[in-house]
Design a protein around this ligand. Structure first.
Ligand code: PAF
Length: 292
């Protein structure tokens, strides 16, 4: 079947197209991605299609959010397959900016946030959230949608972006929707990086979700001491003898601030988040303490 989806490469073109839709009274949803799409991205597009008249997705592997020793060059680039996937679910347009379009030489402004980026991944990936927030702020300005769709798997990213757009911060005129994490039947959260896993690693990877579930179950059973909950989750991961844990922490769901002091008590509104290497692949996941 011939493609119905529009492909746009220039920022002015995407802005113009969306402006035409908005002038016609249409509501526009936007799904930013780095490509290597999977069912989790498609669910974001489907939700955006249910809630809007037009949906734009972007694909841009953002160099600014990768550290010097991270996987920018080997990050999977699967543009043809991605375009077919977006088209197959009915996405109206895909925006494919080039690096020179996004960061022309002389570009001199970055979005630096103070609180959420300090913790969790921010401790291990300096500059990562400045890269994410800068590109997302630019994409929002370029596309100018009504609603932005993000996956909850990237919990800290959702927190940082939600705080960036709110009235206290940059006052960006749009709503942010955080959509449920999509998982494999064995619990592994879908991620573009799962394709790096060897078959052996893939069999162990669902332990991450089991560790999170174990923390949630212990909390539900009445254990609210943060250090005990975190130790319990780490024990589950350690038992697999395969993970190099970066963090497994109970944090405030609005700010990502860890509950670390003395006899800290976990709250029902908190989130338990984890990042761990399995071989050379870094996996992240999270669940609210009330479970999901
Ligand atoms: O989640 C991602 O894929 C990226 O961090 C995003 C939001 C597209 C910004 O580059």
């Amino acid at each position: 079947m011939p493609s119905r989806m529009l492909t746009v490469e220039g920022r002015r073109d995407v802005h113009e197209k969306v402006s035409v839709w908005k002038r016609a009274g249409l509501r526009v949803g936007f799904v930013p991605t780095m490509g290597a799409l999977h069912e989790g991205h498609l669910e974001l597009v489907r939700q955006a299609l249910r809630e809007n008249d037009r949906v734009v997705a972007s694909i841009f592997v953002n160099p600014l959010q990768f550290g010097p020793n991270e996987d920018f060059t080997r990050y999977p680039r699967t543009l043809d397959v991605d375009s077919r996937m977006l088209d197959s679910v009915g996405c109206h347009a895909v925006y494919l900016p080039q690096v020179e379009e996004m960061y022309p030489s002389g570009a001199d402004t970055h979005v630096v946030q103070e609180v959420a980026p300090k913790y969790l991944c921010g401790e291990f990936r300096p500059g990562h959230f400045t890269g994410v927030l800068t590109v997302v702020a630019k994409l929002i300005a370029q596309v100018a949608p009504h609603v932005l769709y993000l996956g909850r798997k990237d919990f800290q990213q959702v927190v940082a972006i939600t705080r960036m757009v709110r009235h206290l911060d940059l006052d960006l005129e749009l709503e942010v929707r955080a959509c449920a994490t999509v998982r494999e039947p064995d619990g592994l959260a879908l991620s573009s990086r799962n394709r790096y896993l060897t078959p052996e690693e893939r069999t162990v990877a669902p332990t991450i979700k089991r560790a999170l579930d174990a923390v949630v179950a212990k909390f539900a059973a009445g254990e609210h001491r943060v250090d005990v909950l975190e130790a319990h989750g780490r024990l589950v991961l350690d038992a697999a003898s395969a993970f190099r844990i970066q963090y497994l922490q109970v944090v405030d769901s609005e700010t990502c601030t860890p509950r670390v002091l003395g006899n800290a008590i976990a709250l029902r509104t908190d989130t338990v988040a984890v990042a761990a290497y399995l071989g050379s692949t870094r996996l992240i996941d999270n669940v609210p303490l009330t479970g999901s």
